[in-house]
Ligand binder design. Structure first.
Ligand SMILES: Cc1cc2nc3c(=O)[nH]c(=O)nc-3n(C[C@H](O)[C@H](O)[C@H](O)COP(=O)(O)OP(=O)(O)OC[C@H]3O[C@@H](n4cnc5c(N)ncnc54)[C@H](O)[C@@H]3O)c2cc1C
Length: 239
């Protein structure tokens, strides 16, 4: 392990030097530690771009969690098991063609989207990309340097819509993503209208947000893409 960056009381990032097989932005791998002689491992989305070193991951510390609380204590030089082969189909390859790509995340669910922004091929496929990032407190917004760089570089092609649920912050939507889809707040704030002909959505993170946002989008006539059916919604729930 190369570096442990503590961002808030319960959010941290690890940079890990490991020899992984090639992977695609949006995939995850398994990280593990040996605890009392037993391997404890969990899946984590890779936040770094394919080919970049060291690998980077972004974590929430589940205080009584088996693994994340231990990972949060790691220090430079400590060893972590990294599964060599990445897994998962939450990648741009699974997303049908469209004009506008909406990346909807809660908390650490932003990781696969940051890998995609770093990797950059989404800009060849879509005219516009919207990153919608929901957290409880403003301090929980991480990687704002990377988000700002996308804003500067892509201008009007990129929209960033932060949601903060537990405090009122100027420039942020106070509330939750699913309700903002149903009542039109998200489109109004982003300045873009969703349409089945143009819009594709990727949802990642808290399963409550993923399920409720899926239902809100289905109400609006969007359909889930699965097993080769090309719809509008691709999703990944973290628990
Ligand atoms: C495909 C996939 C990718 C994932 N990528 C990430 C990632 O990039 N970063 C990350 O922090 N976690 C990620 N997770 C969740 C991760 O695998 C673990 O579940 C998490 O670290 C908790 O493990 P634990 O052993 O510490 O706690 P456990 O004892 O297994 O506790 C699980 C409980 O922790 C809570 N929880 C789990 N994950 C989160 C989270 N991310 N944010 C808030 N609460 C959570 C839920 O209440 C869940 O019921 C991912 C899960 C999946 C399935």
């Amino acid at each position: 392990m190369v570096r442990n960056t503590h961002r808030t009381q319960n959010l941290f990032s690890l940079q890990i030097e490991a020899d992984m097989a090639p992977f695609e932005a949006g995939q995850y791998t398994s990280l593990g530690l040996d605890v009392d002689g037993q391997r404890v491992a969990q899946p984590y989305s890779i936040l770094s771009a394919p080919g970049d070193h060291p690998l980077e991951f972004f974590f929430y510390t589940q205080p009584d969690g088996q693994l994340s609380a231990r990972l949060s204590q790691l220090q430079t030089g400590d060893r972590v098991w990294v599964q060599r082969q990445a897994e998962g189909s939450f990648t741009l390859k699974q997303v049908p063609a469209g004009k506008s790509l909406w990346l909807l995340a809660t908390g650490t669910g932003v990781a696969p989207f940051l890998s995609m922004l770093r990797e950059g091929s989404l800009w060849q496929r879509f005219d516009h990309v919207g990153l919608v990032y929901a957290v409880r407190h403003w301090d929980d917004i991480a990687y704002s340097d990377l988000i700002d760089a996308s804003r500067e570089h892509y201008g009007e092609r990129f929209s960033f819509v932060p949601f903060v649920s537990r405090e009122k912050v100027e420039g942020c939507v106070h509330g939750h993503i699913p309700a903002s889809i149903s009542n039109g707040t998200l489109e109004r704030v982003a300045g873009h209208t969703f349409s089945p002909e143009r819009s594709q959505f990727m949802l990642c993170g808290n399963p409550g947000m993923v399920q409720d946002a899926l239902a809100a989008l289905e109400q609006r006539g969007f359909t889930r893409s699965s097993n080769g059916n090309s719809g509008h919604i691709t999703l990944e729930a973290y628990w």
